[in-house]
Each structure stands twice: as C-alpha cells, then as structure tokens.
Design a protein around this ligand. Structure first.
Ligand SMILES: Cc1cc2nc3c(=O)[nH]c(=O)nc-3n(C[C@H](O)[C@H](O)[C@H](O)COP(=O)(O)O)c2cc1C
Length: 259
C-alpha cells in the first residue's frame, strides 16, 4: 500500500517520496516517484482573489502526496451539525492516511484549482492560514510535524519525531494533545492579510481560522472521529512546530477515535 511502503523516511536526502494510488497524476499504486517540490500557486488568479505564495519547508523535501479526498461521504451536514461535540479523550488507535487526508482537505484544501479557492472562505482569497499535521500514530507515516501543502494535497516533513508530549505542554498540558493520534495545528502569516486590509485584517484572520476549524469539526464527525478546538496555545508552539518567524500560532485540534 502506498503509505505502508513508506514506513521509514530517509532524513537528509533531498528526495520527494511520492505514493500514489489514485491521485490526479495517475501513477499506479506503490509507484515511488522522485519529484522536485514545487509549490507553485495556480497562475490563473484574479486581482480580487489572489492565491498566496505557499512554500514547503526549505530544509526538507520529504513529501507524501495524500490520498485524494472523498467529496461524497455518507453523512449529511445536518446530521454532523447536530451531533458534533468537542471530544477530549482519545483511544490509542492508529488513524489511516485517508482520514488524515480528509481532515486536512476539510481544513484548507483546494476545491477550485484554477483560482486556488479552498474549503474555507478567506477575505480577498488571501488565505493567510498555514496548516500543519502533527502525526503521532498514523499507519505508515513516521511520527513528526508536517506542513500541509494544499497545492497538490501533500504533506512535507517539517520535523521528524513524536512531539505530542511537547505540544501538550504548549497547550497547558491538556492531555488530549498527548493522547490523540494526530492534531491539526493552525498558524497564520498575518501580513498576508494586513497588507491589504490593515488592522482589520487581524480580525479577518481570527474569523477565518474559525471557519477552517469548524470544517475540521464537521469532517471529523462525518468520519466517526472526534476533535476539540484548543485556543490556549502558547508561543512555545512556535519552536515545537518549527514555525518560520512570520507565522504566529493560532489553534490546535487533536483528533482521533474518541472514548
Ligand atoms: C476559541 C475556542 C477555544 C477553545 N479552547 C479550548 C481549550 O483550550 N480546551 C478545551 O478543552 N476546549 C476548548 N474549546 C472548546 C469549548 O470548550 C467547547 O466548544 C465548548 O465547551 C462547547 O462544547 P461543544 O464544542 O461540544 O459544543 C475552545 C473553543 C473555542 C471556540
């Protein structure tokens, strides 16, 4: 299988390991391909809706292409809205790459490739958020911090190793961060929006992360998983995640099978 065949990374190699089963490139399952990580923003953008630059971490190019998201799941949005609850206690049960793919796509995936528009609305389509996957227990994926590259629906290794304990410390030791097999971490490049909208742009960003987080809540519900929004994230998270200087931490959402 495409992820299980990548049970180990090869740190330091400037190589992208791409596992494709049914993604757009059409390579057969189990095919391992080298690919330069280009994070080109779709060129076809309007002045009103300009997709931002999106960059993979420079120090690593180890990349997973995620399985394509499913867009016709079986649960109605109404059912998900009615049943969604914050869950704070998780089973020690591995998630699949498909579940990770679905959650990240729901958070900030691209749904209109021409203009780079996404699952969550964004003022001026500037997309100031950056999304990270904190992986602890996912089938075939080495624990670590990965940046979600929406263009191409990829994960780029940012930092290898299980950081869930450390990250829990940056969330006032809330044990769900330690327990959950994975978390979505949201940060933002505030200048991306304030350059156009001034101080009002700061408000926009806080609103926008709420949109993306609600998508994660509903998607988790539709997958039979649970999550909880955590707003109490200290600046210690910057080092743990390895955020570039221009990014500020915003929100953390551990997810998994709940107890
Ligand atoms: C901005 C924000 C920050 C939150 N931070 C935390 C948190 O740090 N820890 C926690 O357990 N829940 C946190 N929550 C979840 C709320 O406690 C939860 O949404 C509320 O109790 C209502 O429950 P429900 O989500 O199940 O409807 C946060 C929610 C929001 C919107």
């Amino acid at each position: 299988m495409r992820f299980s065949s990548l049970s180990k990374f090869f740190p330091g190699l400037l190589v992208c390991i791409i596992l494709l089963a049914s993604c757009a490139a059409g390579a057969p399952a189990d095919e391992v391909t080298n690919e330069a990580v280009t994070n080109a923003v779709p060129e076809e953008t309007t002045s009103e809706e300009t997709a931002p630059e999106e960059t993979a971490p420079e120090e690593t190019t180890t990349t997973y292409i995620l399985p394509p998201p499913v867009t016709d799941g079986g649960m109605s949005v109404e059912y998900a809205l009615e049943n969604r609850r914050s869950q704070r206690s998780f089973q020690d049960k591995a998630l699949s790459p498909e579940q990770i793919s679905q959650i990240l796509w729901a958070a900030y995936g691209i749904t209109e490739s021409g203009r780079g528009l996404r699952t969550a609305p964004s003022a001026g389509a500037l997309y100031p958020l950056e999304i990270y996957a904190v992986i602890g227990n996912v089938d075939g994926v080495t624990p670590g911090v990965y940046k979600y590259i929406a263009d191409g629906h990829k994960l780029a290794l940012q930092r290898e190793g299980d950081v869930r304990d450390e990250l829990s410390g940056a969330a006032f030791n809330q044990s769900m961060v330690r327990e959950a097999p994975a978390s979505v971490f949201f940060s933002a490049v505030f200048s991306r929006t304030t350059e156009r909208y001034g101080e009002r742009g700061r408000h926009f960003i806080y609103i926008e992360v709420g949109h993306a987080a609600q998508n994660v809540y509903l998607q988790a519900e539709a997958l039979g998983l649970g999550t909880c929004a955590i707003g109490t994230v200290t600046d210690d998270a910057k080092d743990i995640i390895g955020l570039p200087a221009e990014e500020d931490p915003l929100y953390l959402m551990p997810f998994g099978y709940f107890k």
